[in-house]
Design a protein around this ligand. Structure first.
Ligand code: IPE
Ligand code: IPE
Ligand code: MG
Length: 246
């Protein structure tokens, strides 16, 4: 029986595993609404899904998982929803710090953390510091992240380096510019998954997704499980990536 369990687990790993998976974790609110629950219950369920999916990605050998947790536009939501999301993130990070020894996942944040509640910001910094030694799986949590904001920051930083005489405009190449992004040093996403039924990018990884394969699912994020992830990987395995070639 034990052997069977072991074999079953082994064959469970998809044959083709993208090196970098990006996920727009969408549909929490609708998941809750359908159940007659407050939207915040959907965010709580979504946080659990994130934990499970990150663990499966680590188990399957994904090197980078980038998740969209809170966008620069999400501040438009009612204050109670925003603070409930912040509180969930705080709770998640506290638990993540405790769990890290087990999962050995390196955690990094993409986004401007300065407008976040001080305690959450400190926890985020502590998580990054404490998990820096872990690997090979890295999870990038996009928090107060926007693709356009990221590009503006990079342009501003490059211009500042030029003004300071550290760079010249002629030096700017795709490689140089990439190094000014939050994702500096990380390969571009291979597979971008959006659950929740919407088929749009919503300001996520605008630069990095240039050649990502897209996978849309009608399943709301809280219901996204191992089977759904396997379906996404199976669809990815059938894609022919040409990068403009033939
Ligand atoms: C995604 O779920 C979570 C965040 C954007 C923070 P939503 O809250 O957008 O859920 P829907 O799209 O309203 O169902
Ligand atoms: C994208 O979802 C942002 C996150 C999942 C964090 P949204 O729910 O904010 O996107 P739109 O508004 O439907 O485009
Ligand atoms: Mg949404």
């Amino acid at each position: 029986m034990a052997l069977f369990g072991k074999d079953k687990k082994k064959s469970d790993i998809p044959q083709i595993v993208p090196r970098h998976v990006a996920i727009i974790m969408d549909g929490n609110g609708r998941w809750a609404k359908r159940r007659g629950l407050p939207r915040t219950a959907g965010h709580a369920a979504g946080a659990e899904t994130f934990r499970r999916v990150a663990s499966i990605c680590r188990e399957w050998g994904v090197e980078y998982l980038t998740v969209y947790a809170f966008s620069t536009e999400n501040w438009k939501r009612p204050a109670e929803e925003v603070s409930a999301i912040m509180e969930l993130l705080r709770k998640y990070l506290l638990e993540a710090i405790a769990e890290m020894e087990k999962e050995k996942i390196r955690i990094v944040f993409f986004g401007d953390l300065s407008p976040l509640p001080a305690e959450l910001r400190q926890l985020a910094e502590e998580t990054v510091e404490r998990s820096a030694k872990y690997g090979p799986c890295q999870v990038n949590i996009c928090l107060n992240y926007g693709g356009r904001d990221e590009l503006l920051r990079a342009a501003r930083a490059f211009a500042a380096d030029c003004a300071a005489g550290k760079r010249t405009p002629e030096e700017l190449s795709e490689t140089v510019f990439s190094n000014y992004l939050f994702s500096a040093g990380i390969p571009d996403p291979d597979l971008l998954i959006r659950p929740g039924g919407e088929e749009r990018i919503s300001n996520f990884l605008l630069w990095q997704a240039a050649y990502a394969e897209f996978y849309f699912s009608d399943v709301n994020w809280p219901d996204f499980d191992r089977e759904e992830l396997r379906k996404a990987f199976a669809a990815y395995a059938l894609r022919q990536r040409r990068y403009g070639g033939v």
